[in-house]
Design a protein around this ligand. Structure first.
Ligand code: ZN
Length: 963
């Protein structure tokens, strides 16, 4: 036995047995979480300390997936996703480690995934092929001697996009300034200014040093064939040469020399920088040897900053330090920091910020923290932790692997954070004995390892930097000889040729795939029983095993509300549970919610059936342990029927927070925003979503903020009237997800709770319309673009097996190559839905017009698409994969209602699967003209860089400033 069992550990909190093995030759450790979960997972991680900001660890993570000895095609990773039933495939770089996790419910598929990943990390081709670093990291790009010289590369652009986020910059500075004598001062993702310093030589040497079995930690999880897994590991672990000297990620944590740090971040040129600065105070708070404090700090975060009423957050907001306050415990690697930050602030307020923080914390220690508050926070963290450990929405094997590494990587017991009940129970015991007060005193007030950080808003900073880089590049070019320029052009052309050349079929065939025989057309049934709730309304019971949790949603029918009401309805859904009610002030309400439930929140849900009928609902969702259901029902009623809208300063704070969340979304999900915006111009249901959660909602929030600043009070009345109109028995339907014997109890309880609601006939349903059809651009401070387009393909492009397989080919072949590999964008999006929604989008894209050309050429690609039988099978498997994802009980309940409301039966999905399995290449080619026709009527929506948008202004009917 080459893998020797070292110890076994029962882990009841995650229903697993942990078995630790050691590989005899290399001493590499393997941890197996043995249990019945069919969603098997494999994660291999390496300690990868960065040595500067050149992004070496991140670019390495990308590059190992670009071909390996056994699987020499250009991107086995992508081929693998195409032809696998995986439930998770990814690779992630952290500040001190890089991990490669995969998961699948199919044993054969699981073994394929694991095998390809092992070959990728241990035998990558980039060692001999510098074009891989050029493509994934950076290269000088010069297609013609007369062109301007530019930098290109996937990570280069990814990080340019990431650096556009001031939140990320702040977070990075906390790590860098608090731990200046450690590896945690580096930007492991790569600073675009430093990435071009990375050489092929460094790159290869780094891999040889750190990607060795002796520097790896492997985690296996689930109901899998462990002997087969060991066989696969042994193939790479044995005879792997000299072990590396062990990498120690511990370091002496000492107070940084500087106590303050100031930097700036970019906002759009010409924008007013007033009140756009960021402030933060951060402390070193714990290391992996202090697990109780680790959990304690999470609870403390909830106590101090969990909601607008939490004492520290409230004090800072009331003192007008910033428009939004954030913070908490941050696991940066070996060290965990604790921080408080203020957004929409001014660097001049730093002194005052500090004073308020210190005074508030001192007061809490002296007077003692309200016990109800501690209990509420502790319950909230306990509920969340336990629910995450049973949820199937994300593979638990991957989640637990990351959790195990949070201590194991530093030589501690891997189980520490997976035995959470022990620590949560311990915290409950010491909660009333001054534990949290001491935590504040010791970890925050008396702590000298702290730093104050200010980030000043600087209009046009990124444009200037961009210009500077451009200038330097042209200077560099002017110093090159004709021969050197010629060489660059040749290299660029060679890279483009590499990208344009399809893999040879023999190489592709080496990647193991499932066959059509491995697939089934099984579709799980999600039961849903419909009974009468009030006259004319329904109680939907989705029977599921929920481990003792009741999931309840109130669905208020809003089909008779005008389209123009939806922005306000969206806002109202965000206010509920965040404002005081008749019986509770807002602080007390939050405490009640956290103490007795797993959370209560509002949202808008819009269904559209196959005939295009729009069915909109205002939803209030809640969940609680069965034993607390009565309290949940009372709170749902309290919030729904008696929320008060008179506290304008509070409404103002919530508005600011929503705007802040939206701005973060613009930095991270603008491809989706752009695509949805485009679709909202063709489809009524998408327009309603745009009003409640898209750019329309963002603009509405900004108007509300402006009116509140001007002292206007109309919003109170608007919200009151809106809520009043919702309160009507004829609107109220219930979705209950939980066990059989609970359904009747839940139903009776809720019927009783809402029995006082008025009983008035609803007005006629509104005939909702799409938005104005026009090409739009939205300018932001970012360096990159998100290029979206959307069209109504209903009755033009059929939604069937072939069109679904085509979607997979477009995503993983055409768009991947054109937008990511060649275009240098980080990612792309293609969606085609049953209702006819058809959209394309690019993510962190350096291009604009070129990307639109890629979209225009899509039908031609489809027409001439020639793929082998093997390739087609991969696409078919890749198309089936999303239909096979495990779901949590709550998601299954939700899916049952969605199936009912959208008129899609289980049989429809079975039929779709049958069609997918029967798809032929000719079926795909035939869709070219349909696609052509659908896209001919599309609209363009671009979110992105000001200069580039203005340079292409003739493309747009209107250009707006987004933020
Ligand atoms: Zn990346």
């Amino acid at each position: 036995m080459v893998f020797k069992e070292i110890e076994t550990h029962e882990l009841p909190d995650i229903q697993s047995t942990g078995i630790l093995y050691e590989h005899e030759e290399t001493k590499a450790q393997v941890l197996y979480f043995k249990n019945e979960d069919p969603n098997k997972a494999f994660t291999i991680g390496f300690k990868t300390p960065p040595y500067n900001d050149n992004g070496i660890t991140h670019i390495l993570e990308h590059s190992v997936l670009n071909g390996s000895k056994k699987y020499p095609s250009k991107e086995p990773f992508v081929e693998l996703i195409k032809g696998s039933l995986n439930t998770f495939v990814n690779a992630m770089t952290f500040s001190d480690k890089t991990i490669y996790p995969v998961a699948s419910t199919n044993q054969k598929d699981f073994r394929h995934l694991m095998g390809v990943y092992l070959d990728a990390v241990f035998q990558p081709l980039f060692i001999e092929d510098p074009q891989i670093l050029a493509q994934e990291g950076w290269h000088y790009h010069l297609e013609d001697p007369e062109d301007d010289l530019i930098y290109k590369g996937v990570v280069y652009n990814e990080m340019k996009g990431a650096f556009g986020s001031p939140e990320r910059q702040l977070y990075q500075q906390i790590s860098a300034q608090l731990y200046p004598n450690s590896i945690y001062r580096y930007e492991s993702g790569g600073d675009p200014a430093a990435i071009p310093g990375l050489t092929q030589e460094d790159f290869v040497a780094y891999h040889q040093k750190y990607y060795h079995p002796s520097n790896s930690l492997t985690i296996l999880y689930g109901d899998l064939d462990i002997e087969a897994a060991f066989e696969d590991l042994e193939e790479y672990f044995s005879n792997s040469g000299e072990p590396v000297e062990s990498v120690d990620l511990e370091f002496d944590i000492v107070a940084p020399e500087a106590t303050e740090f100031t930097d700036s971040y970019s906002i759009t040129a010409g924008d007013d920088p007033t009140d756009k600065d960021y402030l933060a105070i951060a402390w070193h708070a714990a290391d992996p040897t202090e697990p109780l404090d680790g959990f304690g700090l999470k609870v403390l975060e909830e106590i101090l900053l969990g909601n607008n009423q939490s004492p520290l957050k409230k004090a800072l907001l009331d003192a007008d330090i910033g428009g939004d306050v954030d913070g908490g415990s941050a696991e940066l690697g070996y060290p965990t920091a604790f921080f408080v930050s203020a957004k929409y602030s001014d660097t001049d307020k730093m002194t005052k910020f500090n004073e308020v923080v210190v005074e508030t914390l001192e007061k809490l220690v002296q007077e003692g923290i309200d016990q109800d508050l501690i209990q509420a926070a502790l319950n909230k963290i306990t509920f969340e932790t336990k629910e995450a450990a049973i949820s199937e929405d994300n593979p638990r094997g991957v989640l637990f692997a990351i959790t195990a590494l949070s201590t194991w990587l530093y030589g501690e017991d891997p189980y520490v954070n997976l035995e959470f009940s022990k620590y949560l129970d311990q915290l409950a015991e010491v909660a009333d004995q001054g534990y949290f007060e001491e935590l504040i005193q010791e970890k925050l007030l008396d702590n000298l390892i702290r730093i104050e950080i200010s980030l000043k808003a600087e209009p046009g900073k990124s444009d200037e930097m961009e210009e500077q880089v451009h200038k330097e590049l042209q200077e560099h070019k002017s110093n090159l000889s004709d021969d050197e320029i010629d060489e660059l052009v040749q290299e660029t052309k060679a890279l483009i040729e590499r990208q344009d050349t399809p893999d040879n079929p023999e190489d592709l065939a080496k990647i193991p795939t499932l066959t059509r025989d491995d697939l089934t057309t099984d579709v799980p049934d999600y039961p849903l029983e419909e009974t009468t709730f009030y006259e004319g309304t329904s109680f939907y019971h989705a029977e599921q095993f929920t481990s003792g949790i009741d999931y309840v949603s109130l669905y208020f029918d809003i089909r008779d509300f005008d389209a123009e009401d939806y922005e306000a309805l969206g806002f109202l859904s965000s206010l509920l549970s965040n404002l005081g009610t008749e019986n509770y002030d807002v602080g007390k309400l939050q405490t009640e919610i956290d103490t007795h439930t797993g959370g209560i929140y509002g949202r808008i849900s819009i269904f559209e059936n196959q005939e295009g009928l729009v069915q909109p609902y205002f939803v209030l969702k809640g969940k609680a342990l069965e034993s607390s259901f009565d309290r949940l029902a009372e709170l749902l009623k309290e919030i729904m029927t008696s929320t008060e809208f008179t506290d304008l300063p509070e409404i103002s704070k919530i508005t600011q927070r929503l705007i802040s969340g939206f701005e973060n979304m613009i930095n991270s999900r603008s491809h989706v925003l752009a695509a949805n915006r485009a679709l909202s111009q063709v489809r009524p249901s998408t327009k309603l979503n745009e009003r409640t959660s898209g750019i329309d909602q963002f603009n509405y929030l900004k108007t509300v903020r402006e009116e509140l600043r001007e002292g206007k009070t109309a919003i109170s009345e608007t919200m009151k009237v809106l809520l009043g109109r919702l309160l009507n028995k004829n609107r109220l339907n219930i979705l209950y997800t939980g066990e059989k014997e609970r359904a009747e109890i839940v139903k009776n309880n809720l019927q009783e709770a809402f029995s006082d609601l008025p009983d008035e006939a609803l007005d006629e349903a509104v005939d909702y319309q799409p938005g104005k059809k026009q090409n739009e651009a939205f300018v932001t401070a970012q360096d990159v673009n998100y290029v979206g387009t959307g069209a109504d393909a209903k009755d033009i492009l059929p939604f069937n097996g072939a069109s679904n397989v085509l979607s997979t080919a477009i995503r993983f072949d055409y768009l991947w190559n054109q937008i990511r590999v060649k275009g240098g964008a980080y990612g792309s999006l293609y969606l085609h839905r049953r209702n006819g929604n058809l959209a394309l989008g690019s993510y962190r894209d350096p291009n604009l017009r070129t990307t639109l050309e890629v979209y225009r050429n899509l039908p031609e690609y489809v027409e001439h698409l020639e793929i082998s039988e093997e390739e087609l099978t991969k696409y078919i498997i890749g198309t089936m994969s999303p239909l096979e994802q495990p779901k949590s009980a709550e998601s299954k309940g939700q899916a049952a209602l969605t199936r009912l409301k959208t008129g899609i039966s289980r049989e429809d999905i079975v039929q779709l699967k049958e069609e997918i399995l029967a798809t032929e290449v000719a079926d795909l080619n035939e869709l070219s003209s349909n696609l052509q026709k659908a896209l001919a009527e599309d609209t363009i929506v671009v979110i992105g860089n000001k200069t580039q948008i203005e340079a292409e202004e003739e493309l747009f009917d209107e250009i707006f400033t987004l933020y």
